[in-house]
Design a protein around this ligand. Structure first.
Ligand SMILES: Nc1ncnc2c1ncn2[C@@H]1O[C@H](COP(=O)(O)OP(=O)(O)OP(=O)(O)O)[C@@H](O)[C@H]1O
Ligand SMILES: O=C(O)c1ccc[n+]([C@@H]2O[C@H](COP(=O)([O-])O)[C@@H](O)[C@H]2O)c1
Length: 277
């Protein structure tokens, strides 16, 4: 039975255009075309967020995939997490971070511009719809077309939450890990192996990327540095640093937030670490 894309069609705002300008339109023979979708706040985007993509691409090539593109999909303002700059700023910072430094990364504003919160399972459906239904998949060397595999690209902390009761809808977890799959990057402070135990039924669709060079940067730490009027140079792209100062972002971090229970606490280790500096 054909999948019903009614939800994604309804959430697509008038005038929206899917950013496909950097998507590779052909696929190497004998390889499965693959698209990475990283969902998150990106408030602000850091070098680690960017670095997730090449690390994942190296890993995917060893597993027989041909990576044809990567997308950042910032969450909408309706997520209401503490420290979330307005969506138009987060979209623009992601664009600034990728537009001159990458040939294959794109920023999709579809999720961020939605006035309502869009669950991650539906975000992946949106990519599947645009790439495999509207575009009709990817052309192969022999002239046939193959569907691209759409996967979530996430850090270990996000994957750990997949088994947190009441945070994700169980049907969405099955949809994400069963229908699509995830490339998960280990992250300091998250015990990935134990998090994966409860996700064992989908293990074939869970690809674990080990960090050869550990990078423990987080948006929270960048925001804390800004709050303390400390430098954020060389932690995030220069253009993003300038944009933050130009728009005076992340100065007032104490405003209360209406979180609908999705807020993550500021990691105390990060605050302690910064306090030393
Ligand atoms: N240092 C890191 N190591 C591994 N994964 C990371 C790291 N930083 C971010 N990620 C991943 O990047 C994605 C987007 O994350 P998000 O925007 O929430 O970044 P964050 O730095 O964790 O933000 P915040 O500090 O505001 O919670 C998530 O899947 C997250 O797990
Ligand atoms: O789809 C869900 O039910 C769901 C539940 C919790 C988190 N997420 C997504 O996971 C990402 C987490 O981002 P963050 O900044 O809270 O780490 C963000 O893109 C959320 O939309 C998604």
């Amino acid at each position: 039975m054909a999948y019903d894309y009614q939800y994604v069609k309804e959430k697509t705002q008038e005038g929206y255009t899917f950013p496909s300008h950097r998507l590779k339109r052909t696929c190497e023979p004998d390889r499965v075309p693959l698209v990475f979708v990283a969902c998150g706040s990106f408030s602000p985007i850091t070098y680690l967020h960017l670095r997730m993509f090449p690390m994942a691409r190296d890993h995917a090539r060893n597993e027989g995939f041909d990576v044809i593109g990567g997308f950042l999909s910032p969450v909408s303002d309706a997520y209401k997490k503490r420290g979330l700059a307005p969506a138009h700023h987060r979209i623009r910072m992601c664009e600034l971070a990728t537009e001159n430094s990458s040939k294959w990364l794109m920023v999709d504003p579809w999720e961020a511009e939605s006035p309502t919160y869009i669950p991650t399972a539906r975000v992946l459906d949106h990519f599947n719809y645009e790439i495999n239904e509207v575009m009709g998949g990817i052309e192969c060397a022999d002239g046939t077309r193959k569907p691209a595999k759409i996967v979530l690209l996430a850090g270990a902390d996000l994957v750990q939450t997949l088994s947190t009761p009441d945070l994700w809808d169980a049907r969405d977890v099955d949809h994400i890990l069963g229908r699509y799959g995830v490339f998960v990057l280990e992250r300091q402070g998250t015990e990935l192996d134990s998090a994966l135990v409860s996700l064992k039924q989908w293990e074939e669709n869970i690809h674990v990327i080990r960090q050869v060079i550990n990078n423990d940067i987080s948006s929270t730490k960048v925001r804390l540095l800004l709050k303390r009027r400390m430098s954020i140079d060389y932690l995030i792209p220069d253009d993003v640093v300038s944009y933050i100062y130009e728009h005076n972002l992340y100065r007032d971090l104490d405003q209360p937030s209406d979180t609908k229970g999705k807020e993550k606490a500021e990691p105390s280790s990060a605050i302690a670490g910064l306090a030393k500096g």
